[in-house]
Each structure stands twice: as C-alpha cells, then as structure tokens.
Write a protein that binds this ligand. Structure first.
Ligand SMILES: C[S@@+](CC[C@H](N)C(=O)[O-])C[C@H]1O[C@@H](n2cnc3c(N)ncnc32)[C@H](O)[C@@H]1O
Length: 290
C-alpha cells in the first residue's frame, strides 16, 4: 500500500517499482509484436490504464526520487501505441494525467475521470468489438478490491482485450476473519471481485481440504483459514481467470520489505505467445532476485 506525498502523489515501495519494470518489459514486447501485425490484419492497438495513478510517484526509501508511473511507462514504449486511455477516479490525478498531452504531443491520449468499472464497460469495451480488428492491453492496478469480476468478464468477452492485473491478495486476506466465517456482506464483496465464493465455504469447513500450490499441484498441506497462504489465493484467482481467458500466465508475487505478500501480478490473454513471454519475463525477474 502506498502513502501520499505533499501533492497527493503516491509514495511507493521497492515492490511497486518492480511491478512497473515488469510492465515496461512486457509493453515493449507487446508493442513490437502488435506493430508487426499492423502490416497485415491489425487496424490499431491501444494501451488502457484503468488506474492511472499519480503519474510520478516518489520512492519510499528516498522521497526526493521520482519514479515513472504506469502512464509514463506506456507513453515511453516504442513503437508507440495507436492510442492511450487513462482512467482514474481522482480528479486531482486526472489533472496530472491531462498534462501528459503537452509532454507527449504526438501521442493520442484519451482521459476519463470516474470509476473504471463504468468507464471500461460502458465506454471502452463497446469500441473494441472483435470485428473491428483492434486490440488492447488493459492494466488493472488498484490499491485494493476495486476491480469487479464482471468487468474482467466483459473485457474477456471482447476477445480483443488482454488484461495485466495486479490482484490484491492482501485485500482478500484482510477480509477473512480467523475466528469465524465472514459476514454475508463480506462474502458478497468477495464474490463481486473474485467471481465465486465456494472457496470461502471450503476454508472454513472441517475437516480441511487439500490445497493447490502455485503450480497447480496438490500439496500435502491442508487448506483452512489458519493455514491459508497468499500463494494459494494467487493461484485461485488465476484459476478463476482461466474460466474467462484461454491463456493465463503464472502469478508473480509482490512482497513488501518484510516479505509479506501484497499482490499477485499476472497476464490473462487470448494469445498463447503473450503468456509465454510474460512467464519468461517473470521467471527472469525472479532468477535475478534470488
Ligand atoms: C495503485 S494506484 C495506481 C498506480 C499506477 N497504476 C502506477 O503504477 O503508477 C491506484 C489508483 O487508482 C485510483 N482508483 C481507486 N479506485 C478507482 C476506481 N474505482 N476506478 C478508477 N480509479 C480508481 C486511485 O485514485 C489511484 O490513483
């Protein structure tokens, strides 16, 4: 989670920078491939940032250091996209995003202030039908549980949109009490974000059931609220994504300085090469870290 600086900008930890570096690497690969497709069938391809943020967040360990946020990562990617959509609920942040038009006068930039679930479903998705021969890369990078499962489902149904999602594992664990089952409103909230709640019943029932590890193998450990692991929640979410998209990368876990898992980053796509490239980028990243 981030804190805010004096101008309302995010102050971000090392893991957020890693997330942004992974985004840059994938955007470069995506744009190279899409640009080549434009010589044959592809009409246009877009970058859609549903949680654009404060544009230049600051580093937690050195608040004088500004970091390029996701909109800048996309705008700096070569070859350029045919258009960039930036959405944020905060009017102040949207002002900063609008200023990017001056900084990047040769980029086509669309800016919307509002809840991204509404903007994506009501305005953006209708412009990207399969027959239009357009493609889009959608970055979903919320603080917490702000991405509705229905939105992810609508994006998947287009068959034109790939989704790079930073799923808040911490947001889910925080909602799960240790002592008793969650209240009905919490179950509804989780259902809205995860697209199902059978797993909640499972983790609170006795005896516990066996859980899947990060690679989808049955692990020895039993599943219960007490033994619930971030890895399991991350693979549960990627499994859910597999019900919507034909190809889903493995999740990479984003940890804070005390090694707690905060988020799980993964790509859900209509193209096998896309997830293969993402897995390679994620594997390289983890090899370098270890
Ligand atoms: C984690 S920050 C995004 C950081 C940015 N993607 C980056 O990497 O530089 C989350 C942003 O989402 C915005 N936000 C929160 N709820 C939202 C919603 N429902 N729709 C759109 N934006 C939202 C916040 O104002 C904040 O700027």
């Amino acid at each position: 989670m981030s804190r805010f600086g004096s101008e309302g900008e995010d102050i971000i930890g090392r893991w957020s920078e890693e997330k942004l570096d992974l985004l840059s690497k994938y955007l470069k690969a995506y744009s190279d491939i899409m640009n080549k497709q434009k010589k044959s069938w592809l009409k246009a391809y877009y970058y859609i940032d549903a949680f654009a943020g404060s544009v230049r967040p600051r580093a937690k360990e050195d608040e004088r250091r500004y970091i390029d946020g996701s909109p800048l990562r996309a705008l700096q990617t070569e070859p350029k996209f045919d258009g960039y959509w930036f959405v944020d609920v905060s009017p102040r942040r949207i002002e900063r995003v609008r200023d990017l038009r001056e900084e990047f006068p040769n980029r086509v930039i669309y800016v919307r202030q509002g809840n991204c679930n509404d903007v994506l479903c009501n305005e953006i998705v209708p412009q990207l039908p399969y027959a239009s021969k357009q493609r889009a890369f959608v970055f979903l990078d919320p603080y917490g549980l702000q991405v509705d499962w229905d939105t992810v489902s609508e994006l998947a149904n287009t068959r034109t949109c790939d989704v790079f999602v930073n799923f808040s594992v911490m947001g889910v664990t925080r909602l799960l009490p240790r002592e008793q089952k969650p209240e009905r409103d919490v179950v509804e909230q989780l259902n809205k974000v995860m697209g199902g709640t059978d797993w909640i019943t499972q983790i609170y029932q006795q005896p516990s059931v066996t859980q899947l590890d990060l690679f989808g193998n049955l692990a020895e450990q039993t599943l219960s609220r007490d033994t619930l692991k971030a890895e399991w929640l991350a693979s549960l979410y990627t499994e859910q994504l597999r019900s919507l998209f034909p190809y889903v990368s493995r999740p990479v876990l984003m940890r804070n300085s005390t090694n707690s898992v905060l988020y799980a980053l993964c790509l859900a796509s209509h193209n096998q090469t896309a997830t293969k490239i993402t897995n390679e980028i994620f594997n390289r990243h983890e090899r370098l870290k270890s």
